[in-house]
Design a protein around this ligand. Structure first.
Ligand SMILES: [Fe+2]
Ligand SMILES: [Fe+2]
Length: 226
């Protein structure tokens, strides 16, 4: 029933595209099928939309489109998974669980998603797993695959947050600036609502603005804030 036009569109794209390595297509299809069985229709729609947005960004910035497709398809795979308990993933090193993640329920699915991707879908590519693990918070040292997913998850067209269009524009001009603008919107929301901010987000923020200071783009700001 949930195999609606979003799924059909994805599957047609997957069959036809030359961007995805042929030997990976069957496995990606398998993952997409399992998502349509496990996730609600809106979550599936969001996921397929993130895949399409990731692919546009990956093409623009020369990032591996197969890795991006894996990361995008898998990023919210555990979002509606209520069967695995926290203990199932606490000991799972690849998920890099920390007390900051455990204390913020909205972040559980990113860590749990890594476990599901490894256990159920045999994913072992560190760039894909890191992208999924940090798709909500970002982190210092986020790979290009992770940066593409971080942006796409926020700007995909079915999102209706007020910053979406302006942020999308930034993402297609420069990937680093795009990450900064996505993160700025997320931080502003969290601060405004008095919500906790994971330390990885601050590390990511500092890395992004330092990179810009170094490149000279925002040298004046550095002096202005001391
Ligand atoms: Fe998510
Ligand atoms: Fe998402």
């Amino acid at each position: 029933l949930k195999k609606d036009k979003d799924y059909e569109k994805f599957f047609q794209w997957l069959q036809e595209t030359e961007a995805i390595r042929e030997e990976q297509k069957e496995k990606l299809w398998g993952l997409a099928e399992s998502l349509t069985e496990q996730l609600s229709r809106p979550r599936c729609r969001h996921t397929f939309s993130v895949v399409a947005t990731c692919d546009r960004l990956a093409e623009q910035y020369g990032v591996d489109r197969t890795q991006c497709c894996w990361a995008a398809l898998g990023h919210d795979c555990a979002k509606e998974n209520k069967e695995l308990a926290a203990q199932d993933y606490v000991d799972f090193m690849a998920a890099e669980i920390d007390s900051g993640v455990l204390s913020i329920p909205a972040l559980h699915h990113a860590a749990l998603g890594v476990v599901v991707m490894v256990r159920q879908h045999g994913m072992i590519d560190p760039a894909v797993l890191q992208a999924i693990r940090y798709h909500s918070t970002g982190c210092a040292g986020l790979s290009p695959v992770g940066q593409v997913l971080f942006c796409a998850d926020f700007i995909e067209p079915s999102r209706n947050n007020p910053d979406r269009a302006a942020t999308e524009e930034a993402c297609f001009i420069d990937l680093g600036v795009g990450c900064r603008e996505v993160l700025r919107a997320k931080l502003e929301y969290l601060l405004h609502h008095g919500r906790p901010v994971h330390p990885s987000s601050w590390s990511f923020w500092n890395e992004l603005v330092r990179a810009e200071h170094k490149s000279g783009e925002r040298g004046e700001l550095e002096t202005a804030v001391g």
